[in-house]
Ligand binder design. Structure first.
Ligand code: ZN
Length: 377
């Protein structure tokens, strides 16, 4: 049996392919290919190492104060670690280390200016900075990037920002060292954690999902208590700042219905229960291209669905492209069948002869062969 792109025929065993239909399918695949994210490292089936990578990032044409070289960031992070130890009875962030066991700090010069990142349309700078870091290779599964960024955010008073894993796929949190926040200094390792040290940990706990809506004192990702690390209101922090006041919102509450960051594998030593935040997003493995110069080069790379028309009238199979325009993939005569191939996950629609929708379905994975019984409503 020929399994060529999209095929319709008088029955499932004898297939014809018209040139116009081939062209339509080529368009479909090309469009989807261009939408795919850039190639990324393959995610192994094994558990990744969960660790935090420190990164010092400067925008294009931005000033490099050398905070990765002079120890300023490492000292500040060590002060934060000591605060965390006090709050958790001895636990620390699991930092990515160099061979000698010292925390490693990477330097990253971004490809866009501070102004471009600040005003990128319909996006927060923190997303764009994360995307740049991913594109530069900071895209290892399990690694959370803590980005000290020599720039400001569009809102001048923003000191830190985190793509929240509850609502978006993220692998970073960013501290905006410039703008209104530049009045604060990174403190030394022997100093009590201050603004930046606590903001570093505040954003870190956001990246672990805190504070979720299931928390009794949570609102919009923050705690309502002014002396809580995750306080996000307009009042100043009330010192001493604590990690989850009363341990009822995000750390150490022990409930299963709400993620407890005490279980996070990013905190070492690990607790009795180790569980990464169960994000609804998973990185998919990008495989070798199966499309080149308008031709599908690996026909096994497509999922297959057999559609049988259980009505006396013809039905039409339609796919909507990324502009929302319907593309007809072909017709199946009454009481006839056809085989269609497309990418797994594509949504196809079955229309009756008047253009009314009889139903929609999602293309299956590679392993199964989908079967659709098209019936009138
Ligand atoms: Zn916050």
């Amino acid at each position: 049996m020929q399994r060529d792109g999209l095929e319709t025929g008088s029955n499932l065993g004898v297939l014809r392919t018209t040139r116009i239909i081939r062209w339509l399918l080529a368009l479909l695949i090309l469009t989807v290919s261009l939408q795919a994210p850039a190639a990324s490292g393959a995610q192994t089936a094994d558990e990744p190492e969960y660790a935090v990578q420190l990164i010092y990032a400067i925008p294009k044409d931005g000033e490099d104060r050398g905070l990765d070289q002079d120890g300023a960031i490492l000292e500040s992070v060590e002060s934060a670690q000591r605060w965390l130890e006090e709050q958790t009875g001895g636990r620390r962030l699991n930092l990515v280390t160099e061979r000698r066991g010292q925390p490693s700090i990477e330097f990253l010069e971004l490809t866009r200016t501070e102004d471009e990142l600040m005003h990128w349309p319909e996006s927060s700078a923190s997303y764009q900075i994360e995307y740049e870091a991913r594109a530069a290779g900071f895209n290892t599964p399990g690694i959370l990037n803590a980005i000290y960024y020599e720039g400001a955010d569009a809102v001048d008073t923003t000191c830190g920002e985190t793509p929240w894993p509850v609502y978006s796929p993220g692998n970073s949190f960013t501290l905006f060292l410039q703008g209104g926040c530049s009045v604060f200094s990174l403190l030394g390792e022997d100093e009590e954690a201050g603004w930046w040290e606590l903001t570093f940990l505040h954003e870190f706990f956001h990246a672990l999902s805190a504070v979720e809506t299931c928390a009794p004192n949570g609102e919009d990702g923050h705690s309502l208590e002014t002396n809580d690390l995750m306080y996000g209101g307009s009042e100043p922090w009330e010192y001493p700042v604590l990690l989850d006041v009363d341990n009822d919102d995000y750390y150490g509450h022990g409930r299963n219905a709400c993620y407890d960051t005490e279980r996070s594998p990013y905190l070492v030593p690990h607790g009795e229960i180790v569980e990464p935040y169960p994000a609804p997003f998973i990185d998919l493995e990008i495989e070798a291209c199966t499309f080149e110069n308008g031709e599908i080069t690996d026909r096994d790379g497509l999922a297959e669905v057999w559609i049988v028309n259980l009505t006396p009238d013809p039905v039409e199979i339609v796919w909507f492209d990324d502009r929302g325009e319907p593309d007809s993939l072909g017709e199946i005569a009454g009481w006839d069948g056809g085989i269609f191939t497309s990418l797994p996950g594509d949504v196809l629609h079955v229309l009756d002869s008047d253009g009314g929708c009889l139903g929609s379905f999602v293309m299956p994975g590679f392993v199964e062969i989908g079967v659709v019984w098209a019936m009138s409503g």
